[in-house]
Design a protein around this ligand. Sequence first.
Ligand code: SF4
Length: 873
Amino acid sequence: MTPPVKTTCAYCGVGCGVIATPDGLGGASIAGDRDHPANFGRLCSKGAALGETLDLEGRLLAPQIAGRSVGWDTAIAKVAAEFSAAIEEFGPDSVAFYVSGQLLTEDYYVANKVMKGYIGSANIDTNSRLCMASSVAGHKRAFGTDTVPGTYEDLELADQIVLVGSNLAWCHPVLHQRILAAKAERDLRIITVDPRRTATADLADHHFGIAPGGDVALFNGLLRKIAKQGAVDAGYVAEHVTGFDEAVATARISLEDRMRLTGLSEEELILFDRLWIERPKTVTVYSQGVNQASDGSDKVNAIINCHLATGRIGTPGCGPFSVTGQPNAMGGREVGGLANMLAGHLDIENADHRAAVQQFWGSPKIPEAQGLKAVDLFQACHDGKIKALWIMCTNPAVSLPRADHVADAIRKVPFVAVSDIMADTDTTRLADVLLPATGWGEKDGTVTNSERRISRQRAFLPVPGDARHDWQMICDVAQAMGFDGFGFDNPAAIFDEWARMTDLSVGFGKDVDLRALAGLDQAAFDALTPVQWPVKHDQSDTRFFSDGGYFTPDGKAKMLPIAPRGTENTPSDRAPLVLNTGRVRDHWHTLTRTGKAETLNQHISEPYLEVHPQDAHALELLPAGLATVESPYGHAVLRVQVTTRVQPGSVFAPLHWTGPFSSDGRIDTTVAPILDPVSGQPELKRSPVRVRGFDAAWYGFAALCDEPAPTSDYWAKAKAKMGWRVELAETEMPADLEAYAKALGARGEVARYFDLRSGQERLAFVEDGLITALIFGSRGPVAASRALISASLGQSYSPEILAGFEGRDAEPQGAIVCACMNVGVNKIRKAVEQGCATAEAVGEATTAGTNCGACKPEIAQLIAVSTPKIAAE
Ligand code: SF4
């Protein structure tokens, strides 16, 4: 029996502790780690399903050059030669790395060291630029360095939590669960500020449906009210803050302008200000809704201004709190994984900092200027300025704004290396050299979560095929390029160098302090328990700034004068709707991992577009029909959900769907490349688009044991328990459904049924008495139980399956709400009809929400109101 291994979840910035118990067959059972201070044993649905994502299907297991498998020596030599040649001919700034918040700190550290210290360019940027660069910029402007002041404990100690642009219930579910648990015990008030009525808003005491981009006006007005009502902590401001008068003066805004910019009524604004001011123990949590904006860093500083003015920072239960999206966005920030920073939060523009870092590394070079930030980096690729590019552990051909343009840009780079765990992604399709990386469960190192807590990711599975650790391949290429300083034998040695390097940070008056972790040998590194920085022997309070001590030259925080400013992203007649993008509860980034988990596909298995009923009516969009979203940059085709969760004039689409999983689900193709000029973060939440109905003559749903390779006008596929499920649509009626299904991959004898009432044609394919495929087609969206049909694969054939529902009188399961317990929307509705008035009562009646609890907001929503039709029901 293989012993359990303590590690850290692969997904969001909460950084939950996980206990993985390998089964000896390449899999593992997963449980929450009760000793981990981030989650105390809880896991959300994504974390709980990690065990379903460990198989080797679709993995990249050998290096490839031009599509042919080669040995590592050949691949490393090729990458090194191409980078060296480009540097030789065009200079260091002709090459670039684009890295990822999924990398471990040790991977990040060596990538940054190669690029900045040895190649001599700062052209290393990360997909974390898309996630929290505005928070970094806001922190630096206010605090002098990129410091997150608070801890998760503050969320439980607060009397009030204000969530701005943060769907915590879906994007950081375990933190949301911790807040709900605290709320159940005492008077903790939750407020949400979000253009969408999200699952988080459903469980809040107050929801303010702000207009997109109205945050600066909201918090500037609040600052004025704080000053006017005498809510300023004059002592704290006098002792620890500069810029108060100018910030308050600049925040002046008329009621009419504030109402216009926020879209809130006078009564709502009065209420918001009163609520925020009356509870001193307030934490303002913000994430992508704040950061992903052309004024994202201004939004961050407008929020921080209010906390500084009231002295609500650095003490238990108080503070501004940026929660990071990715598992190691914080670690990347610490070790200089952004193009505008050096390791240890040191400044690239500061000659003393540069000299100290160069001396510490003993490196030949150090760049004197910032490198290219993500969007600009790919524009430079498009302009022919980048001659060699290495993309590590990320999928920019899907995730960056104007994604088709980014794919073209990558094609234009003479040499592209991509390291990834998966063989087929939108980005690996564009590579000259593919480098197989180890994934979660196979690699070792550290990650830092949103509260600055460093945790170990530990390997518990063997390295598959010829995969190699990211840190290892980076060091191999560095050495092949003739660079010394990369003779690391293991992640422990890299971590030791990094921990020693924080001596420089502390020496220059910066915040990152890991000195107490320097000198750990392999055994001590292996035994490292979760620890927050600054690492002190007494970990009782690791908050920053309770007594000031900011990292500015005068030691004081700076309140910034922030005035609302417009965006180029304004709707027009040609693009009258505002597109917001974001995550769904059970998926992660571009589906490479969560797309493997049948449990997670049950919740939402298809890309969709939320449209307000007024807009749906005006655009003649059918619920569960299809719509095309268009902008000057690209288009996507998505399933329509008609819902009041979005405001009139706004639509929402998830960011997860990619080329391998859908025909036209890549929503970032439509997003404009508008950036925050301070942080370089793109405005992913506010793109003008046009929406029109997709002219489908036929809709289909199929389940197949074999993976389908659809060529339909519209398709979206997802893993099911015994195979795959796929949504289909055609602009012309298929002439022969049997031939159509066989082209999709169906095999066996055919049984057919035509339902006159619904106009559906239904076929079952059977081999040796077992169902190998089912296809349902009709002129309108297919009404049938996806759960039942998918679960029938591999089962004995019986004609009842062609009814498409559980039984003549049985309720269809409906879309799965609770992925852990496999409970559908209809069962929950029935429980509510029978008198269950709380999520707990529904849990007792149906088991829904009794495992990870991430679906409780949706259960609450079902209790509160009747939900709009869900496409996959
Ligand atoms: Fe993983 Fe969920 Fe915890 Fe995030 S909240 S770290 S996704 S288990």
